[in-house]
Design a protein around this ligand. Sequence first.
Ligand SMILES: [Fe+2]
Ligand SMILES: [Fe+2]
Length: 283
Amino acid sequence: MGKISIEAIVEAVNDLPALPQVVVQVIKLTEDPDSTAQDINRVLSQDQAITARVLKMANSAFYGFPRRIGSITDAIVLLGFRTLRSIVMAASVSDILVQEMPGYALEYGELWRHSQCTAMAARLIARKSKFALLDLAYTAALLHDIGKVILNGTMQEAYREVVAKVTDDNISFINAEDEILGFNHAQVGARVAEKWNLPPETVEAIQLHHSPDEAKVNRRLTAIVHLADAVCVAMGIGVGIDGMLYPMSGEAMQLLGLDEIEIENIISELIDVFSDQQIFEIK
Ligand SMILES: [Fe+2]
Ligand SMILES: [Fe+2]
């Protein structure tokens, strides 16, 4: 099969739904220091489905609050604007990410599980490495593989070729994707993030999640997303064929000041959180 043209990719990115208005408004409000919890509550109440998901996520074991968070206002008071914003983002992209992606050997729900795992791992890694913007790490990690949604159809046709390339030439999955398609899911994901007007460091972290050593805008953020992804690959959560020959960057670990023991600790913390399977349900 031939390589896909950049025009075809641009068109596919344009076809992807825009972020829901509610999310765009919540992002705006959380950036404005004059906003109140009521303002955000008012916007979110227009979308009951997202509100229900947000509350469910806010109540998950991951955030570890002993008492139930019963309302958006409660969630803002307990979690803060930034964390709420990152949860709203997750709640709104779950429909896109939950789909089955046969081109990447991912069943229904698997990419969503992988994205959630990576987002949570990124938040933990950010905290351990004293990266202050926990929610920036969470959101970039949540979206790191979103390019797969766009490339899924093309990958379905190229599947055998790409897998053969990995095994025959002993190269990583993303390099095989590059060679066969002329594109990889990380580059395409970065275009999606641009379309959604996410900050340049988020775009970079998505684009370079498989090659973090090339990052320039925010090296630590990209390193966090990469390691978080690697952790979820190691845990076998929603990996599909992207996990074939996945090299973990030693430079990224060094940059964040993490050693193997700390990575192990992060994995066991995540295993605890995931024992509550509800964490992955979107309904
Ligand atoms: Fe990836
Ligand atoms: Fe991934």
